[in-house]
Design a protein around this ligand. Structure first.
Ligand SMILES: *[C@@H]1O[C@H](CO)[C@@H](O)[C@H](O)[C@H]1NC(C)=O
Length: 448
């Protein structure tokens, strides 16, 4: 009897912890200034269709105007969709026009309209025995203000706050010294340094180090990074290339408690996976992203998300594939063909490189395969196609160099001589028409 009870207990714990894994997407609320409720509902439905459990609402100071009204609309929309979609706040300590958050404004924000008690906020996932029923609160930076949080947390002691700040500017050891207030760690370290891949050797793997702080880890997954906003002092990129696929595979190794997709709608940094919202694209003089965001859809990065996310929640074991799909992306011309115009690979605090030394001039593509054999063929313009053999059912990722070829891209999954899935993509050119290099990606997808 005892054995059966302990077996059942172990099983329940296993099921609970599997269920407690969640995937959120980072939403820059400031970019949604002109949203109405219907647009929030549409985004929530698109996110849910991709398997995303909730939005992390990035809010800068001051708590007023569009930030306050958009948060209200997001909560109304989420409650209306009423399908267990989650919302929680990321207090942005660097992005607001009112400077860093002060504790009383944080408390006001969490208390106005009782967001912490709101169905969409309060119905949060939780780790058994650790953060049961607590409301997640995150930040973007603000590590100098970590001292504010013990008193903020006492204000919400009946509900309980589960605090997972993003303090990537401080190292894991620093975090260990603040476990009196920090419940878990989220890290913005999710793009490679220079021409490299993200480290996966446990000795140097940042995800291993971050998860090692206390085991409660929200892992960041991002497909891309390119920003050219001189007035914000931001003219740089980090290598994307295969990252979207590699990072998800790494999620299966790291097995974090949560995943946060960066981002849903940050157009200025080119890592949006949500639909392009014209009015959310930075458009001031000296900070205008239209030239690199317009006509560069990223929706195709959501195509395989249901499978990536289901695999993550299934302990890294891929579920059976019922619908074959393709997701593919590339820049529109070789990196060295355009004028970098001051853009560098890497951030100012790293060794910088010319973009063409970091980026690969290749088509990156992932095929979700139902059965073998399957060939994936990729063709640029009228050139002869290159064939790749799927090695397993499930996810198969490849890349194909441009090799100087130009023209529209055709990608197919072919089985026994018949085309099972076919996708097409915008033409690859010899160079940028106006000479200025756009390092954003064009992303497409196709499905059976
Ligand atoms: C959640 O917040 C929204 C927006 O303020 C509100 O319309 C809704 O009634 C709230 N729901 C609950 C259950 O508190």
């Amino acid at each position: 009897m005892l054995r059966i009870v302990s077996f059942l207990l172990a099983l329940t714990t296993l099921l609970n912890s599997a269920n407690a894994q969640r995937v959120f997407a980072h939403v820059i609320v400031g970019n949604n200034g002109a949203y109405d409720k219907a647009q929030w509902i549409s985004d929530i439905r698109l996110a849910q269709a991709a398997g995303i459990d909730g939005f992390v609402l990035n809010i800068g100071t001051p708590w007023a105007g569009t930030i306050e009204s958009q948060v209200s609309l997001a909560f109304q929309a989420s409650n209306e969709v009423a399908n267990e979609f989650k919302l929680f706040f990321s207090f942005d300590y660097e992005g607001g026009t009112g400077g860093p958050w002060n504790p009383s404004d944080v408390i006001t924000t969490l208390q106005v309209k009782h967001y912490v008690e709101n169905y969409s906020y309060a119905k949060h996932p939780y780790t058994p025995f650790q953060n049961t029923g607590k409301a997640i609160v995150s930040t973007f930076e603000g590590s100098d203000h970590v001292g504010d949080w013990s008193s903020i947390k006492t204000q919400f002691s009946s509900r309980g706050i589960y605090f997972i700040p993003e303090y990537t500017s401080k190292d894991p050891n620093w975090h260990r010294g603040h476990l009196d207030v920090i419940d878990g760690v989220f890290s913005w370290n999710m793009w490679p340094d220079g021409p490299n891949d993200m480290p996966t050797d446990p000795a140097t793997d940042p995800d291993v180090a971050w998860k090692g702080v206390n085991g409660q880890y929200m892992m960041g997954v991002s497909p891309w990074f390119f920003t050219d906003l001189p007035n914000y002092g931001k003219r740089r990129l980090w290598r994307g290339d295969d990252l979207w696929h590699q990072r998800w595979e790494h999620v299966y190794d790291i097995k974090p408690q949560f995943v946060q997709i960066v981002t849903w709608n940050d157009f200025g940094e080119s890592h949006y996976v949500g639909p392009i919202w014209n009015q959310g694209i930075p458009n001031q003089d000296g900070a205008n992203a239209h030239w690199y965001v317009d006509n560069m859809p990223h929706d195709g990065w959501r195509a395989l998300l249901p499978h990536y996310i289901a695999t993550y929640k299934n302990g890294g074991v891929e579920p059976v594939v019922t619908t074959e799909k393709l997701s593919y992306w590339y820049r529109l011309y070789p990196a060295a063909s355009g004028n970098a115009n001051g853009v560098v690979c890497n951030a100012p605090w790293q060794t910088t490189y010319p973009p063409s030394q970091c980026l690969q001039d290749e088509i990156f593509f992932t095929a979700l395969i139902k059965s073998l054999p399957a060939t994936i063929s990729v063709q640029i313009g009228g050139n002869s196609p290159t064939n790749f053999q799927a090695t397993k059912t499930g996810l198969n990722h490849f890349s194909q160099p441009f090799n100087g070829q130009t023209g529209a891209v055709t990608i197919k999954i072919v089985r026994n001589g018949a085309v099972a899935v076919q996708g097409t993509g915008i033409a690859i050119l010899l160079g940028p028409p106006d000479g200025r290099a756009n390092y954003n990606a064009w992303v497409g997808s196709a499905s059976a």
